[in-house]
Structures are given as structure tokens and as C-alpha cells.
Design a protein around this ligand. Structure first.
Ligand SMILES: [Zn+2]
Length: 289
């Protein structure tokens, strides 16, 4: 049993694809978000949307381009976040230029001592961003407040984009077949009482003992474990198998809030066989109930 380490490899075609999708994809998406924002701009929601777009584009291009280099994927996500946010401000600037007539640069120079895009940003900050409820006069954040607000927006975008891209980078790839592993298939669950025994046995690499704690997947039980596996679509049981253990978190009413991955390791085919063979059959379990 060992943790998965990406090989760091990235085919040239994949890098091309990642680069193009990062720049072009985010500029196009930024333009669309700008248009949408002219109708209605919802604070927090728009930065989240932009971050998800930049991260999603990095994810898709890395997956399609078979990029196994987390650094590249995360960098593309972060760069994409800058691109998409820059585009929305850039589009505002284009609209501002077209609405302000021929003397726009002179005007900016007069007001903020700088022309062009930078002058426009300074001027917009000076005017201040207003936030508030729809249909009412908002609160003007003032010049400093506006810069801070823009920085917070950018930070949200970068965090979301980075997190999504990082998720893509931790996908498992079979170097032998040059294929991504299939998505996770559930094997079973471990009740909260047996959780520690299970994890200890797994840590000790005692796969048949660990497997004995596995029963049916429990839904809506706080701190129950969900066990699943991922296989290479070509190697199947002949190759290394990714075993993942996720811990469920539920609220007071038993609704599933989220699952946290507590362990993710590659098993050799032999280890996997030992593990799977020792899982109690479902029928024996239902007799106990
Ligand atoms: Zn394979």
C-alpha cells in the first residue's frame, strides 16, 4: 500500500490545450459574465462563478490533455482566474471608453493623472463601488474600500479556481495504459464504532482484518466511513487499485453535509485480492440485523 504520486508528465499537446483553454476560455467566459453583470451583479456569487469557471476549464483541459503535473494544472487555474477577472474589468473599460467620447484619455489624465486601463481602474475606484439591495441606493465603499473589495473578489476567484484545479491534479493516472482511472465505485461502509479498528488495521497493512469491519454503505450516519475503489479501465484488477476512505459528516437531522477523504492509497493486485476476499458477504450481514 502506498500513496499515489502523479508522474509529473505533461504531453506537449496537453500543454497547448491547457494554455489555449486558460486564455481563450476565460476571456470568452469573462465577456459573458460581464454581459450578465450589466443586468444584475450579485456580490460573492459572481466571484464564485468566475472561480468555478477558471477552475473548471483547467480541470477539463488537464483531464482531456492527460496532464499529470499538479503544478501546471493549478497554475492554469490561478492564471485563468486572473484572466477571467481581468476580462470583466477590461470589458467595463471598453464600455466606458465607448460611452465617454473622444476625450476619454484627457479626462482620465485630468482626474487621476493616468490614462488607459490603469487610469480607468483608478477612476472607478475613486467613484467607488456601491453595494446594496436591488432597486435601492447602495452604500458606496469609497476609494480604499473599492480596492479592498476588488482584492477580496480576486482572492475568492483564485481560491475557488485553485481548489478545483488541485482536485483535477489529484486524479489517478495509469502510466502503463496512458488512461485516467475510472470514477470511484463504492465497496461498502464502516459503522462509526468500527471506524478506528478499520483504519488501524489498514495502517498496519492487515487487509483481511480491515475488510472484516466492512458492511453495507450507511447513509446519513455521522462519522461513518464510505469505502470505494478506482481501477484503471484497461488493467482492472491486474493493475494497482486506488482505495479511498471517506468520512461522512451529517447535521443534527442526519442529512449528509459532506464527506472528507481520510485515506487514499494504491493497493497492489495481491493486497486488493486479500482485502476484497475478506469482506463479509451482504447476506450474512442482513441475518445479523
Ligand atoms: Zn492501466
Amino acid at each position: 500500500m502506498k500513496p499515489y504520486k502523479p508522474s509529473g508528465k505533461a504531453p506537449a499537446s496537453g500543454i497547448m490545450r491547457l494554455g489555449l483553454s486558460t486564455v481563450i476560455g476565460n476571456i470568452v467566459a469573462g465577456g459573458l459574465i460581464h454581459l450578465l453583470g450589466r443586468l444584475i451583479y450579485v456580490i460573492l456569487v459572481f466571484p464564485l462563478l468566475m472561480g468555478a469557471t477558471a477552475g473548471g476549464l483547467a480541470f477539463a483541459a488537464s483531464y482531456g490533455g492527460k496532464i499529470r503535473n499538479p503544478l501546471l494544472t493549478v497554475a492554469a487555474g490561478l492564471l485563468g482566474g486572473l484572466c477571467i477577472y481581468g476580462t470583466t474589468h477590461g470589458a467595463d473599460y471598453v464600455v466606458f471608453r465607448s460611452e465617454s467620447g473622444a476625450r476619454v484619455d484627457e479626462l482620465l489624465e485630468e482626474r487621476v493623472g493616468e490614462s488607459g486601463f490603469v487610469g480607468y481602474l483608478k477612476y472607478s475606484a475613486q467613484q467607488g463601488v456601491s453595494i446594496g439591495k436591488i432597486g435601492r441606493d447602495g452604500i458606496n465603499l469609497g476609494e480604499t474600500g473599492t480596492w479592498v473589495y476588488w482584492l477580496i473578489e480576486l482572492a475568492i476567484i483564485e481560491m475557488v479556481a485553485g481548489a478545483i484545479a488541485y482536485g483535477a491534479a489529484s486524479q489517478v493516472f495509469c502510466e502503463k495504459c496512458s488512461e485516467w482511472y475510472d470514477s470511484a465505485t463504492p465497496i461498502g461502509g464502516v459503522s462509526p464504532e468500527k471506524g478506528n479498528v478499520f483504519l488501524e488495521a489498514l495502517k498496519a497493512q492487515n487487509f483481511s482484518q480491515a475488510a472484516q469491519s466492512i458492511g453495507p454503505v450507511l447513509s446519513n450516519t455521522n462519522s461513518s466511513l464510505k469505502i470505494s475503489h478506482c481501477l484503471c479501465p484497461a488493467c482492472r484488477e491486474e493493475g494497482e487499485i486506488l482505495l479511498s476512505v471517506a468520512e461522512d459528516r451529517t447535521d443534527k437531522n442526519g442529512n449528509n453535509l459532506w464527506s472528507k477523504t481520510v485515506k487514499e492509497e494504491l493497493l497492489t493486485p495481491r493486497e486488493y485480492q486479500q482485502f476484497m476476499a475478506a469482506i463479509p458477504t451482504q447476506s450474512a450481514d442482513s441475518e445479523q440485523v
